[in-house]
Write a protein that binds this ligand. Structure first.
Ligand code: NDP
Length: 256
């Protein structure tokens, strides 16, 4: 039924060439959405766009460093023109991490993680607001992290950036409900993507992670993208302001 379809809707997903963002692009396209995505590597982006064309998905894209203010403005201009000034779905996925003990972080580390994870999402919400409102039915999904909810030793800048995203999720849900725009966050635990490839190649590290994870495996990207898509469906029309973990039970495990 139409409650379980995104046919006729438009979506912008940042960082769609790899990992969770790639899975989100495909999941939304499979539900019938027309998707626009971006990344910094033009060659990889064009490769993905061709693959999606071959699969029969309607996916467009252009290069954009989401941490750059001028490139974000340019991106939203392109999205507005591709989608006639209307956007139903904004998925703020692009993100990065630098893992160090707190006292070793440099000003550059701080700025890189904050601008990529938080500034990008915050300002894309501002820039996309009128397009989301114009669509008559808007949904913002942030890719947060369980690191926003509990200490996981993956770095304090990252944790702070994701915790800020959680509050932004809640505040926008309240401020923009009158415009028919919902706002939710998905908070994954370790997920098989290039971002954490080097970590999950380390058996000792994985065993440590799994010793705390009731479902004794690391997530697949499509196990995260399914929730992102659900939150955008008409079926989720009364869900807003929520932070939902996709974590194999990690955050509710008080006893190993
Ligand atoms: P990956 O590094 O595997 O993929 C990131 C994607 O985003 C790539 O397409 C990359 O392309 C793009 N990207 C990165 N930086 C920018 C930028 N500045 N501007 C535009 N695009 C960018 O990451 P994941 O899929 O693992 O992570 C996606 C999100 O999920 C992040 O927000 C991350 O914090 C979050 N997350 C991931 C977890 C995991 O275990 N993997 C766990 C919890 C949360 P390019 O480099 O070419 O720009």
């Amino acid at each position: 039924s139409s409650r379980w379809s995104l046919k006729g809707t438009t979506a912008l997903v940042t960082g769609g060439t790899r990992g969770i963002g790639h899975a989100v692009v495909e999941e939304l396209a499979e539900f019938g959405a027309t998707v626009y995505t971006c990344s910094r590597n033009e060659e990889e982006l064009n490769k993905r766009l061709n693959e999606w064309k071959d699969k029969g998905f309607s996916v467009y894209g252009s290069v954009c460093d989401a941490s750059s203010s001028s490139q974000r403005e340019e991106l939203i201009r392109k999205v507005a023109s591709a989608f006639n000034g209307k956007l139903n779905i904004l998925v703020n996925n692009a993100g990065t991490n630098v893992r160090k003990p707190t006292i070793e972080y440099t000003a550059e580390d701080y700025s890189k993680v904050m601008t990529t994870n938080l500034d990008s999402a915050y300002h894309l919400c501002q820039l996309a607001y009128s397009l989301l409102k114009e669509s008559g039915n808007g949904s913002i999904v942030f890719i947060s992290s369980v690191a926003s909810l509990t200490s996981v030793g993956s770095g304090t800048i990252y944790a702070a950036s994701k915790a800020a995203i959680n509050q932004l999720t809640k505040s926008l849900a309240c401020e923009w409900a009158k415009d028919n725009i919902r706002s939710n966050s998905v908070a994954p635990w370790y997920t098989k993507t290039p971002l954490v490839e080097h970590l999950i190649a380390n058996e000792e590290f994985v065993n440590q992670v799994l010793s705390r994870t009731p479902i004794k495996r690391i997530a697949e990207a499509h196990e995260v993208s399914s929730l992102v898509a659900f939150l955008c469906l008409p079926a989720a029309s009364y869900i807003t302001g929520q932070i939902v973990s996709v974590d194999g039970g990690f955050t509710v495990n008080g006893f190993q």
